[in-house]
Design a protein around this ligand. Structure first.
Ligand SMILES: [Zn+2]
Length: 132
């Protein structure tokens, strides 16, 4: 890597949110670009102060995407409050596009086949009992 890594890559590096080979590339770049180490330290200091970029928050929450089955239970109101709140935050506040798309898809299927949905509803309620 000839150029120093950009800020967003350094942040992903701090989050350990990169594939191993990219993590290694950045470690390599850090050895050649001391100014990046300072930048990393600055990012860390900012985080200690409680300031997070949207990108950081996004990555953190994407790591905790609910499963499709949990999303299905969420739609049907079959989740414990805590998990339902987490999903509402994840989808509405963080705006996870992956989960938004899953919810749209799940809603569409629901509308198409009510009797299939009923079977799925029972299944989701049973499986979500494990989260209680
Ligand atoms: Zn998600």
């Amino acid at each position: 890597m000839a150029k120093p890594p950009p800020q967003n890559e350094l942040e992903a590096y701090l989050d350990e949110a990169l594939p191993p080979d990219e993590m290694a590339q950045i470690e390599h770049a850090l050895r050649r670009h001391p100014e990046c180490v300072e930048q990393l330290a600055a990012i860390n200091a900012r985080r200690d102060a409680g300031v997070h970029t949207v990108g950081e928050i996004w990555r953190r929450h994407r790591l905790s995407c609910p499963s499709r089955q949990q999303l299905g239970s969420y739609l049907l109101g079959g989740l414990p409050d805590e998990l339902a709140d987490h999903i509402a935050f994840h989808v509405d506040m963080v705006g996870c596009r992956i989960c938004q798309a899953s919810l749209i898809d799940l809603r569409r299927r629901e509308a198409e086949a009510p009797e299939v949905a009923e079977t799925r509803r029972r299944k989701y309620f049973q499986s979500s009992a494990g989260y209680l």
